[in-house]
Write a protein that binds this ligand. Structure first.
Ligand code: HEM
Length: 400
């Protein structure tokens, strides 16, 4: 069933939930970039969609005019409670300085290079076990049986919550991000997630461990313990930001290799390409779009923006801007000039990028080591999720 009414004018009435946009946004961005580089729509409120690298990065740095108080691409249209459970939302992603500065600092150590190295062994073991389960069949759903299963379990480990709840966590994250236009579904998932984390916080207070949740509960800022709402919001953010994003990046990369035989062969033959290839796949298939709210009436790029308008921070389109990237529509696995903004730009730049890169690298290394030769299954119907996070959800592949 179509989730939106058809779009006839992308410059004035775009819709990021349009089925054609979700499947192939690239040609739409290319056209907009030359004809109307900041598109507009009145669907779900007044929204702007920049497509040029220079505009997207300038807006990301102008935190005075473009606030992070709401970063959901699909606005929440349900009723807000008078006393919200989370006055700061999911810090640091949902706050501006000064709260942003100290809440971001709480999370950064968990995703430092050194810590991330410590998560590599369990990520590799996990990839090996997942492949063991389907390698004998000659076929698999590379999204559902593989990509989707990896980040959620690594995040569960970091948060100190059981990995066997992976499907439940995945369901919550999908309902919040992928099905954000289905209000009851989104609300139910948020309730499920917070009810779970509230209980976990209570049990950590009684029996502290060494996980992120336990440590946040004993962290002090300016001599005072953190408010519980900050702990809950930050923990929920780690789950929401760390799961769908990375699984989409792994899935899109496998989709690319399943559909571009030359690149697949090259990755197998030249394993040293991996670091550059990962950056190129992140650039070309950037999964994440974030929102900003305009704080006061402002003209930007000739567009009359009003206080309260939403900006869709189109990092994926910025990464395909020919002003910045040579032949941006072509994946060049050895591209060296690649200042992509898949992880954002400015003060909110992804706090988990070391972890995301490690997971993507290990997932591809293990897959290519065991399954060097694979392609899309005959007649496969690949399906994509879009909106806030774009990536394949069904990706049937076959291998000898
Ligand atoms: C390929 C995978 C990922 C991509 C493409 C990605 C992308 C992004 C982007 C674009 C932002 C900027 C948000 C903004 O400007 O509003 C961001 C922020 C963030 N990401 Fe990631 N992310 C990924 C994986 C992860 C992982 C694994 C974690 C770990 C939990 C994570 C945690 C965060 C956090 C905490 C922030 C907020 C930072 C802040 O507001 O200061 N992300 N991410």
């Amino acid at each position: 069933m179509a989730r939106t009414s058809p779009v006839s004018n992308w410059a004035q009435d775009f819709d990021v939930l349009d089925a054609g946009y979700i499947e192939d946004p690239f040609s739409i961005w290319d056209e907009l970039r030359t004809e109307c580089p900041i598109a507009h729509t009145d669907r779900r409120g007044s929204n702007w969609l920049p497509t040029r690298y220079a505009d997207v990065t300038a807006m990301a740095h102008d935190i005075g005019h473009f606030s992070s108080v709401e970063v959901a691409v699909i606005p929440f249209e349900g009723e807000e409670p008078e006393e919200p459970l989370l006055p700061y939302g999911l810090p640091p992603i949902s706050v501006d300085p000064p709260i942003h500065t100290w809440t971001r600092r709480l999370l950064l150590p968990w995703f430092s290079h050194r810590r991330v190295e410590g998560y590599e062994g369990l990520t590799r073991d996990l990839c090996v076990r997942l492949i063991d389960d389907f390698i004998g069949n000659g076929r698999a759903d590379a999204a559902e049986n593989y990509a989707q299963q990896i980040p959620v379990r690594v995040i569960a480990h970091i948060l100190g919550v059981p990995a066997d709840l992976a499907d439940t966590f995945t369901g919550w994250v999908r309902d919040v991000l992928e099905f954000a236009d289905d209000e009851p579904r989104r609300i139910k998932a948020m309730e499920g997630l917070f009810t779970y984390f509230i209980a976990e916080v209570a049990s950590r207070r009684a029996n502290p461990g060494t996980d992120l949740l336990s440590e946040l509960l004993t962290t002090e800022v300016d001599g005072a313990p953190l408010e519980e709402s900050v702990v809950l919001g930050a923990a929920a953010l780690v789950l929401i930001a760390g799961v769908d994003t990375t699984w989409s990046a792994i899935g899109s990369s496998l989709w690319h290799l399943a559909t571009h035989e030359e690149d697949r062969r090259r990755m197998v033959a030249e394993p040293d390409l991996m670091p550059l290839a990962i950056e190129e796949l992140l650039r070309a298939y950037s999964p994440v779009t974030m929102a900003r709210i305009v704080t006061e009436d402002v003209e930007f790029g000739g567009c009359p923006m009003r206080a309260g308008d939403r900006i869709l921070m189109n990092f994926p389109a910025a990464n395909r801007d020919p002003e910045v990237f040579e032949d941006p529509g072509t994946v060049m696995l050895d591209r060296t000039h690649n200042r992509h903004v898949a992880f954002g730009s400015g003060i909110h730049r992804c706090a988990g990028s070391n972890l995301a890169r490690m997971e993507l690298r290990v997932a591809l290394e293990e897959w290519l080591r065991r399954i060097p030769d694979f392609r899309l299954a005959e007649g496969a119907e690949v399906s994509w999720a879009g909106g806030q996070v774009r990536g394949p959800r069904v990706l049937p592949v076959v291998f000898p």
